[in-house]
Design a protein around this ligand. Sequence first.
Ligand code: B12
Length: 308
Amino acid sequence: MRNDTQGLLLNISAVEKDTGLSKDVLRMWERRYGFPRPGRDDNGERQYSATDVGKLRAMKRLMDVGLRPGKIIGLTLTELNAIADARTPARPSPLALDIEHDVLAMLRSHDLPGLQHTLANQVMRQGLQRFVLDTITPLNRAVGDAWMRGDLQVFEEHLYTEQLQVALRAAINASPRQSGTPRMLLTTLPAELHGLGLLMVEAMLVPEGVHCISLGPQTPLEDIRRAAIAHQVHIVALSFSAAFPVRQAVDGLATLRRELPAQMTLWAGGELTRRVRKTMPGIMLIPDLAWTVNALHSWRTHHVPQPV
Ligand code: B12
């Protein structure tokens, strides 16, 4: 935990927003397990230390992958991170590790020109598809983990996201404009701010001749239906990060499936789709970015595009 956040005290609303753990859960744990142990301000309001918030974040991350709070609440932050790291997928290639190290250092030292050069240079060297698969997927995870451990500040994570979007958008726009088929609409549901997944899918599919129409994040369901019909798309593709509530995603997808014309294909990807246990008729769940081109090939095999 970086020392410039040590003295920080947060009230219960801020902790609920930051960790995704509800006020009721925080109070119940305090009663039942004696953790967290907030102080009180002059009005008797709970004041949580940055150290406790760091541990609460680590617990939420492990609970999201199925661990029970009673089993982990007695552990230290280091022990919790060790469990999380042990569950983290295989480490990236040595090259990706070097870039990870360099980019995290540039974010912390606020070296914008260095970051811009590294991202633009890497996409040129690897090409769009390899760049998002081999470099950005592990780098996203590293940036997220560093933020979660408190080794990156929110504004530094925002700088990463913004500059990556600039680099990806520039590289996608530099590739020949596709007017082929399928036509694909890309967006997320309201309350899902994570828009990088959409750009990464576009980076995978534009080189395959897909005509991508991105609305960016947070489009209401009814407007997704209207946009899909207005642009006469063949596929609607949504992205759900690990932060999005599973129930809301499943309900939103089922509603959209009912509302969209039957001949339109509906794809859903993002880390959250790994947690959708049951198959959803008429909806293709694609948690792995590497699987995107295969899904396209199977679409092309089964769909002879209808004359518009
Ligand atoms: C950048 C980022 C942000 C930015 C997003 C800005 C933007 N414009 O996109 C901001 C700062 C807004 C943000 C906010 C938050 N974030 Co955030 N974020 C990230 C980060 C670092 C990077 C990338 C990202 O967007 N990933 C999401 C997508 C791109 O990755 P993915 O889900 O793994 O999907 C992969 C594939 O499935 C595929 N894919 C994705 N979408 C699709 C769609 C289709 C159709 C297909 C085929 C494939 C596909 O591509 C991806 C790469 O392989 C991730 C770290 C990480 N590990 O990814 C954290 C992360 C997702 N965020 C997280 C959290 C907790 C939050 C907040 C709740 C924090 C807070 N308390 O405020 C808020 C929630 C905001 C909201 N309502 O959505 C956690 C989620 C943990 C959890 N289990 O809940 C993560 C994992 C960080 C961490 N390690 O804890 N975040």
